[in-house]
Ligand binder design. Sequence first.
Ligand code: NAP
Ligand code: GDD
Length: 350
Amino acid sequence: MAKRAFITGITGQDGSYLAELLLLKGYEVHGLIRRASTFNTSRIDHLYVDPHEAEVKLFLHYGDMSDGARMMGLLSQIQPDEVYNLAAQSHVRVSFDEPIHTGNTTGIGSARLLEAVRTIGLGTRFYQASSSEMFGGTPPPQNEETPFYPRSPYGAAKVYSYWMTRNYREAYGMYAVNGILFNHESPRRGATFVTRKITRAVAAILAGKQQDLFLGNLDAVRDWGYAAEYVEGMWRMLQADSSDDYVLATGRAFSVRDFLEFAFDHAGLDWRRHVHFDERYLRPTEVDALVGDASKAKELLDWSASVTSPELAGIMVDADVAALASSDGKWIDKVSLNTWVSTPAWDIQQ
Ligand code: NAP
Ligand code: GDD
């Protein structure tokens, strides 16, 4: 029997890579998807299979992290072996604008899902997408023993989810793990996170469609890895003999200014001629430096990151340059007017 997985956040960056990985491993994959007035499946459209032509292994279900009853119903219907809780309002800056919504989805949403898993009582293994943002103000290097000091409503919500996951493990003996992941990026990264904002701008500047790029704090230090590698670590966490918490990171520190250098240099451009400061992109409280120590994951899961931040910048610039070129210069038009051409007819489970 194929294993069955349920992924919340399947339409996001990590959800799309994880769905790919699990399908490759022979899983039957179920994903939670929000009903939206526009298509929101672009990151997983390449996984669509026409049910008339081949066996379907990927199923989508409408739902929302704010709706606990729906989770209970879905889990009893799907009866998954593994649940990956990736759904979140995941933008740190936005969490200052929407602290209550962020708490409700990124925080209490996890509790709703944990409670559904516990109630269904099938021994389902649970993965929680915890974050290095939980370390916030505690200086690097950060590992599984480092005290949390969240500096945003998002970070605070993730700390709540982290402790709820541990509590369900300790109180009910659930197989529940926290993957404490440091920043990981890819060509599928949301366009308003700083790496993708930079690489999209590089492509647009090269194509003569943009001259200026406005950014906030260039001094922030992050440990940027490649998302496609990190989902393998998530899966390994759920295959271990017992549940535990693990950091995934590259262990290398770079500033936003360094990433600008990598991305612009890769395209033969000088970032100083294009980048300007805009205080709108500052945060009320900033996280100055996140640099992870992933030696526990190396030792117990045999997981380590191989793609470095400079290589990642190159991968992302190349992908954005190719995406812009393939849209025949109709970047906006293509997205807004022609999506029906490329969006498959998902039969989303109602
Ligand atoms: P992402 O691209 O922003 O994806 C977030 C996903 O959550 C999307 O599928 C989104 O659906 C879904 N979602 C948001 N609110 C929801 C709601 N109320 N109900 C149901 N679904 C909802 O994030 P990501 O980069 O893939 O990250 C995956 C997870 O890892 C997140 O929990 C994030 O906080 C965490 N994390 C990420 C990083 C990182 O560097 N990427 C590091 C540490 C932890 P739509 O597509 O409809 O918006
Ligand atoms: N987004 C953004 N936009 N960030 C900027 C900008 C800008 O114009 N200018 C400077 N920055 C700085 C931010 O202040 C921050 O210090 C850094 O770039 C990284 O910002 P993001 O790319 O938005 O990521 P993040 O580190 O805040 O959060 C990401 O990583 C977390 C893990 O540490 C998100 O993916 C979170 O969901 C994740 O948990």
